[in-house]
Design a protein around this ligand. Structure first.
Ligand code: 2ND
Ligand code: ZN
Length: 367
């Protein structure tokens, strides 16, 4: 039990997992990108060979810069401009996550990026919700149960956050559980969108903010203390407020203490952080220290296509790098469920009805 159990990827796949930070437009199947490009007359792809395209996404995202990483989304967003395309991508997303053993996922995307084919914001949201439902049904028929909550993202360089916040609230009873802002962080502080966040708080709605990924503490501080975010998308740069002292202990600044004291969830995305340069390697990812210090951390995929990863693979990489075993994976999973934007009773039902029994069975079977 505990350390160096050497869990296999196949064992980890069987565990009931929860995922809070996954982008719909960062999770397309490479083959689907090629087929949708052809169907929609999108001619901008770097290659139409499926295997080469898969490699292209991963290698181009391996740029060490968030801005260059984000350029790869031109192509995924480019082929997601029709109702059919959105339904298909959402359905496949639900199927892929469910097949990987994810039982609860919050999947996000920016509706404002899908209007080039003439859809309205409402039509975009409805197409994606319909796709998730189709995918959920197909997954259930294949024996994989999944629940998906949608987060609507506003792009931080644009000026539509109030409109997107209102859109999210309008669909709150139809499967949209939260709001987010994403895109290049440097130069676009979250307070640019303060009106939207204040509106959401007045509506008793939930939101997370990408902060502390490519930019450091001021971004995290604004997201928390000005905007009132419920969670931090990445938040990994909180380590800039934690110093190791010569005696071997750690000294935490006021912001790091606040984040830990208030149990602010961090949506950590290890592979994505290595690609954008927010972390040097998986082995050196601050997740090891943040876990030991018992921050409320969760493990996430961010963009499965760009990182060539899955939820199970992110867990497997951490097991390898940090010697994690079932107890650690369960702790991450329960943290994620506790931090989700589902109603409290539904979170509890998933934790007590699926996650804990699922891990108990796996621990027993692999003892
Ligand atoms: O890790 C990220 N940081 C900031 N923005 C991101 C990240 N991953 C994806 N995005 C952007 C690109 C997508 O087009 C957008 C909506 O999903 O969100
Ligand atoms: Zn993200």
């Amino acid at each position: 039990m505990g350390m160096s159990q050497n869990l296999t990827l196949e064992q980890i796949r069987q565990a009931p997992k929860a995922l809070l930070h996954d982008h719909l437009d960062g999770g397309l199947r490479p083959r689907t990108v090629v087929e949708l490009a052809e169907a929609q007359g999108y001619t901008g792809l770097p290659t139409t060979d499926v295997a080469q395209l898969e490699t292209w996404f991963r290698e181009s995202a391996d740029s060490g810069s968030l801005e260059r990483y984000l350029e790869t989304f031109t192509h995924t967003v480019g082929v997601m401009q029709s109702r059919e395309a959105l339904v298909r991508v959402a359905a496949e997303c639900a199927e892929d996550l469910a097949a990987d053993g994810v039982v609860y996922a919050e999947v996000r995307y920016a509706p404002e990026q899908h209007l080039e084919g003439g859809l309205t914001l409402d039509q975009v949201v409805e197409a994606v919700l319909e796709g998730f439902e189709q995918g959920r049904e197909r997954a259930a028929r294949a024996g994989n149960q999944i629940r998906i909550g949608t987060l609507l993202t506003a792009m931080r360089h644009a000026a539509r956050s109030q409109e997107i916040a209102e859109l999210a609230v309008r669909y709150r009873d139809a499967g949209v559980v939260g709001f987010d802002i994403a895109g290049a962080e440097a130069g676009y502080p979250p307070t640019r969108h303060l009106d939207a966040f204040e509106y959401l708080r007045r509506e008793n709605f939930h939101f997370t903010i990408h902060a502390g990924e490519a930019f450091g503490l001021p971004s995290i501080w604004e997201a928390l203390q000005w905007c009132g975010t419920d969670r931090l998308g990445h938040g990994v740069r909180i380590v800039d407020d934690i110093e190791s002292s010569p005696s071997g202990g750690l000294r935490m600044g006021r912001l790091a203490n606040y984040v830990r004291d208030k149990r602010i969830p961090l949506e950590l995305c290890p592979s994505s952080n290595v690609q954008t340069g927010a972390a040097d390697s998986i082995e050196k990812h601050p997740i090891g220290m943040l876990r030991r210090q018992r921050f409320r951390i969760t493990v996430n995929t961010d963009n499965r296509l760009q990182s060539g990863t899955t939820m199970s693979e992110e867990f497997a990489k951490l097991c390898e790098a940090f010697g994690y075993g079932w107890d650690d994976l369960q702790w991450f999973t329960v943290n994620a469920m506790k931090s989700s934007f589902l109603p409290f009773d539904e979170r509890l039902a998933l934790i007590n009805g699926h996650i804990k029994p699922g891990f108990a069975q796996l621990k027993w079977a692999t003892e």
